[in-house]
Design a binder for this molecule. Structure first.
Ligand SMILES: NC(=O)c1ccc[n+]([C@@H]2O[C@H](COP(=O)([O-])OP(=O)(O)OC[C@H]3O[C@@H](n4cnc5c(N)ncnc54)[C@H](OP(=O)(O)O)[C@@H]3O)[C@@H](O)[C@H]2O)c1
Length: 262
């Protein structure tokens, strides 16, 4: 390939199929728009059909191709049915985003076992199952692929108040690096996308005024991120062109939050 063809193909996802679990949400929905804009056929996955259809309208309005499949991220049977539906309708799977997530700011001594189990089930078991079902498919398909798991700053450094969430995200980072090592020989890359602070549905109740002040005091860019600012990093990790030698990476997009100590 000559240098200019190589450069123009770096971020192209033409002919690729992307499954975006959590694609009905704010961040993964924006990431899905980016994937579709780069040429991928996108499958939005979540449970809320209204949110899905609003996002599908934006994608198709911009000339992209996408459809919705309702699935519970914590059910292996539903994820297997999703995999089969995507293969039947779209013919292949190349990119998988595991982004379903829930949060809570309950004080540590008040966290019930029910709440702990619920957050672990979605944030950790959901990613574990997504990697198992789709990782097996990508390895067996034999044409490589890219898995992007949604991590968090709280998986890198413990953030106050979100105890269970932080523990699950720490585990997602660990699992992702483990799988990157296992599947590199199969050209299946596994990376963690690490957003800093982006206002969204799951963290709205966590972003109290005192916490916002604290976050801004610790963010050199002095603002929250906008969901579309994750698209560049998503395409880098998703593309077998631009991201061909990137696996086991924890790619932080946070306006400098992690670089600030005193
Ligand atoms: N916002 C941030 O600042 C931030 C920072 C770091 C990491 N993250 C991570 O980024 C990811 C996306 O979060 P977001 O901020 O965009 O939140 P969001 O808008 O609330 O989106 C989360 C999505 O997860 C889906 N979901 C939740 N439980 C599910 C389940 N059991 N089965 C299937 N889908 C389920 C929901 O879809 P339905 O409603 O359709 O079921 C929802 O659309 C999460 O993993 C989150 O932890 C966010």
């Amino acid at each position: 390939m000559n240098p200019s063809d190589y450069l123009s193909s770096l971020f192209s996802l033409t002919g690729k199929v992307a499954v975006v679990i959590g694609g009905t949400g704010e961040l993964c929905g924006a990431m899905a728009e980016g994937l579709a804009g780069a040429g991928a056929e996108v499958v939005l996955v979540g449970r809320n059909a209204d949110k899905a259809h609003a996002r599908l309208a934006k994608i198709s309005g911009a000339g992209g191709k996408a459809w919705f499949h309702s699935a519970e991220a914590t059910s292996k049977a539903e994820l297997e049915a999703l995999r089969d539906a995507v293969v039947a309708r779209s013919g292949r799977i190349d990119i998988v985003i595991n982004g379903a997530g829930v949060n809570s700011a309950t004080p540590y001594f008040d966290i019930t076992e029910e709440e702990f189990d619920r957050i672990v089930r979605v944030n950790l078991k959901g990613v574990f199952l997504g990697c198992q079902v789709f990782g097996k498919h990508l390895v067996e398909q034999g044409q490589g692929g890219s898995i992007i798991n949604l991590g968090s700053m709280s998986g890198v450094v413990p953030l106050s108040r979100v105890f269970t969430y932080s523990a699950t995200k720490g585990a997602v980072h660990n699992l992702s690096l483990n799988l990157a090592r296992e599947w590199a020989p199969h050209k299946v890359r596994v990376n963690v996308l690490v957003p800093g602070f982006f206002p969204a549905e799951q963290n709205r109740k966590v972003l109290t005024p005192d916490r916002v002040t604290s976050i801004m005091g610790h963010t050199p860019m002095k603002r929250f991120g906008e969901a579309r600012e994750l698209i560049g990093a998503t395409l880098l990790l998703a593309s077998d062109g631009a991201g061909s030698f990137i696996t086991g990476e924890e790619l932080i997009v946070d306006g400098g939050y992690h670089a600030m100590t005193i």
